[in-house]
Ligand binder design. Structure first.
Ligand SMILES: [Zn+2]
Ligand SMILES: [Zn+2]
Length: 397
């Protein structure tokens, strides 16, 4: 009688929790995950798993062969932390000031390790499971670097899956659906150049502060007037800086603005890029100034493949029941570099609820908040889900 992987992994929860908290206490930034990478590689090697290191520097790939030959499935976890100060005061808080596992990648790493160990011990599948531990999800595009350095040429995978914890859902809930699930995240820098002068003699200056203010407001017409009303997009000016920072009686010569643009489809991404540039330049010209816009494309949108998303939902139902699997959730405009892997191979990005009952006080804190912590109670479910994707996707027959 085959066991449920979740139940098997649950017997190791104490040990896995200790490992997760050790990673939490020792956070490392993108491409600098040397300690984490070593722990991951050693853990896999102890299970007799074939380990490959060095892709994107700190990346680790483990290859686990099932009892019979067959297709190949990739499972991916991210390992990096955020450059932020942790406000928690529990025993496993970060020992590195200014670094924090504020997104739960410590938990993702441990869940994939637990799944790998289970799969290596039981081998109740046909084919190959490739476990991928990537650096630098938080802005560094570690997934893209691993791909550029030959990830999928060296390790053939026919499909690929990743989990992310989600404080908005209760622990025990799994959300996965076809189509876009995270946005494309681009950035822009607009520099408005006017003519500096005395704040009391504005008619002899060209005030870039006034021009920049008009640009900020006009940019908000892109989503409301240019984008289809049923499509999603965000244009946010997040930073405005004048070339004279502390004088109240000087009209500065320049204003620099930084912002982000989010979208789900390539057409809308093109639209945002085009209109941000046109508006910045057009408004500046109308007011006698000059604006330059530098638009930088970041992570593309994360788009789940239909067949794999439906399969992941079906696997999730076998673990938590129909009532705890959500497949028609509102999208969020966050971003994720697993998107690059989904551009290369069919697969799905799955959310794992981690909120506890309010009385328990765990798991509700939002990602990237300085009081966030990963909820260790979901380790068996997350690891069990990853293992079950392999067992059910590459069945022994
Ligand atoms: Zn994050
Ligand atoms: Zn994250």
């Amino acid at each position: 009688m085959p066991q449920n992987p979740m139940d098997t992994i649950h017997t190791d929860l104490k040990e896995l929790t200790a490992l997760r908290r050790d990673l939490h206490a020792h956070p490392e930034l993108g491409f600098d995950e040397h300690r984490t990478s070593q722990i991951v590689a050693s853990f896999l090697e102890e299970q007799g798993i074939e380990v490959h290191r060095g892709l994107a520097g700190t990346g680790v790939v483990g290859v686990i062969r099932g009892a019979r030959p067959g297709a190949s499935m990739g499972l991916r976890a991210d390992m990096d932390c955020l450059p932020m100060v942790e406000a928690n005061d529990f025993a496993h808080r970060s020992i590195h000031p200014g670094l924090m596992h504020g997104c739960g990648h410590d938990g993702h790493t441990v869940m994939l390790l637990a799944a790998a160990r289970y799969l290596a011990k039981t081998r109740r599948f046909s084919g190959t499971a490739v476990v991928i531990f990537q650096p630098a999800e938080e802005g560094g595009g570690g997934a893209q670097v691993m791909i550029e350095q030959g990830l999928f040429e060296r390790f053939a995978v026919d499909s690929i899956y990743a989990l992310h914890n989600n404080p908005d859902y209760p622990a025990g809930v799994i959300a996965v659906q076809p189509g876009p699930v995270e946005a494309a995240a681009d950035t822009f820098e607009i520099v408005v150049t006017g003519r500096g002068g005395h704040a009391a003699i504005p008619h002899e200056a060209i005030d870039p502060v006034l021009v920049a203010s008009h640009i900020v407001i006009a940019l908000q017409s892109i989503v409301s007037r240019n984008l289809h009303p049923l499509e999603a997009g965000v244009v946010t000016v997040a930073s405005i800086q004048t070339s004279q920072l502390s004088a109240c009686n000087v009209i500065p010569a320049q204003v620099k603005m930084l912002g982000t643009a989010r979208s789900f489809t390539p057409a809308n991404r093109d639209l945002l890029e085009k209109r941000i540039g046109e508006i910045a330049q057009g408004v500046a010209i109308a007011l006698g100034a000059i604006a330059t816009c530098h638009y930088q494309r970041g992570y593309p949108s994360t788009v789940n493949h239909t067949e794999q998303a439906l399969f992941a939902a079906q696997v999730a139902r076998t673990l938590v029941g129909e009532e705890n699997v959500r497949c028609n959730e509102p999208l969020t405009m966050g971003a994720e570099d697993f998107s690059y892997m989904l551009q290369e191979r069919p697969g799905a990005y799955i959310y794992l609820g981690q909120g506890g009952a309010p009385s328990q006080g765990v798991g509700h804190c939002q990602l990237h908040n300085d009081r966030y912590d990963f909820n260790d109670n979901i380790i068996p479910l997350g690891a069990g889900l990853l293992a079950s994707l392999v067992e059910q996707g590459l069945p022994l027959r």
